[in-house]
Write a protein that binds this ligand. Structure first.
Ligand code: IPM
Ligand code: MN
Length: 369
């Protein structure tokens, strides 16, 4: 009997449902081709459901999702709901409650995709950001006092503990080791580095010159753990300099590991250097539990229902999900099909300018699997 994967889908708001539909279509086609089954169960959590019922997320949401092999999410956020309610109440709550402590965001320039960085080619932009996903200002620790007065104080703390830092670094080191393969040999390393026996590179992105407590912790943990990985060359960059190098010399990067807030910011920049939100996918990973895969762009309300949004990011999130479900061949086939259509079919990655509708792009990926 073939393996059956149980997937919870959370299409969510705006264009989320449209891109999830294409992702599911491609996943079903891949399953058929590679000999496994996927069973999808949809949950309607999001803006519309909240406005109708007043419930942001049912109390047993996490328990329900724990029964699945993975979660496939579209987009959360609606212009009809005040900022923060849905984002914190659904997306961040699920990331926290399911303890998805890694947010893995590959940055890859696909062939044929217009790159805003002059002269950069697909081989120059191919790295991964490991964004810590459970700590930092996202924990919501802090408070406000004297609200509404000229002396109002607002505090939101950057919170990390050693265990959180260590588990994130361990994932990043292991990934750096795995990335040294036929596809990414010695990425970012010089001849001299290779002669020293390094095979991989891991960059810690921080701000040790200002955020001295938090990044002292990260830096110490980074160097201590680095001793267990002698083939990994340790590299450190301040977050502002990271932004600069991501634009000027993206070929220097292989794996970047960083905190939650910095990771949020630099991955939007990274996405724009590799074709934009239409093609950028991410995985919220709990390597010991249930992970959740999503296109990293938002709900794009102005394109809702028009069948013009680019579903490639959601389709690639699906591919990533297959890799984590241990179906790497199927995941790779989807990635290759996306690379084929970016090179030979799509006129642009922007909504409305692709030369195809949302559903036609899904069909093109299926045809080229
Ligand atoms: C992201 C988003 C979220 C984040 C928001 C919507 C809460 O920007 O996934 O990058 O800040 O993590
Ligand atoms: Mn973001």
């Amino acid at each position: 009997m073939s393996k059956v994967y149980k997937i919870a889908t959370l299409p969510g708001d705006g264009t989320g449902p449209e891109v999830v539909a294409q992702g599911v279509k491609v996943l079903k086609a891949a399953a058929e081709k590679f000999g496994f089954e996927m069973e999808f169960t949809e949950f309607n959590w999001g803006g519309e459901n909240y406005l109708k019922t007043g419930v942001v997320l049912p109390d047993d949401a996490t328990e329900q999702l724990k029964k699945f092999d993975a979660v496939f999410l579209g987009a959360i956020g609606s212009p009809k709901v005040a900022p923060g309610i849905l984002e914190k109440g659904i997306l961040l709550k699920l990331r926290f409650d399911l303890d998805q402590y890694i947010n893995l965001r590959p940055v890859k320039l696909y062939p044929g995709v217009e790159c805003p960085l002059v002269g950069k080619k697909p081989e120059d932009i191919d790295y991964v950001v490991v964004r810590e996903n459970s700590g930092d200002v996202y924990t919501g620790m802090g408070g406000v006092s004297m609200k509404g007065t000229p002396n109002e104080i607002a505090i939101q703390e950057m919170v990390y503990n050693r265990a959180q830092v260590d588990r994130c670094l361990k994932f990043a080191f292991e990934l750096a080791m795995k990335r040294h393969s036929k596809e990414h040999p010695w990425r970012g390393l010089s001849e001299e580095d290779k002669a020293k026996g390094y095979t991989s590179q891991l960059t810690l992105c921080g701000k040790t010159n200002v955020l001295t407590y938090v990044f002292n912790l990260w830096e110490r943990a980074f160097h201590e753990m680095g001793k267990q990985y002698p083939q990994v060359k340790l590299n450190y960059c301040h977050v502002d300099a990271t932004c600069m190098w991501m634009v000027k010399n993206p070929e220097w990067f292989d794996v970047i590991v960083t905190t939650n807030m910095f990771g949020d910011i630099i991955t939007d920049l990274a996405a724009m250097t590799s074709g934009g939100m239409g093609i950028s996918a991410g995985g919220n990973l709990n390597p010991e539990g249930v992970s959740m895969f999503e296109p990293i762009g938002g709900s794009a309300p102005k394109y809702t229902g028009l069948n013009v949004i680019n579903p490639c990011a959601a389709i690639l999130a699906g591919a990533m999900m297959l890799n984590y479900l241990n179906e790497p061949e199927a995941g790779k086939a989807i990635e290759n099909a996306v690379a084929y259509i970016t090179e030979h079919k799509l006129k642009s990655l922007s909504a409305g300018k692709m030369g195809y509708s949302t559903s036609e792009v899904g069909d093109l990926v299926v045809e080229n699997l």
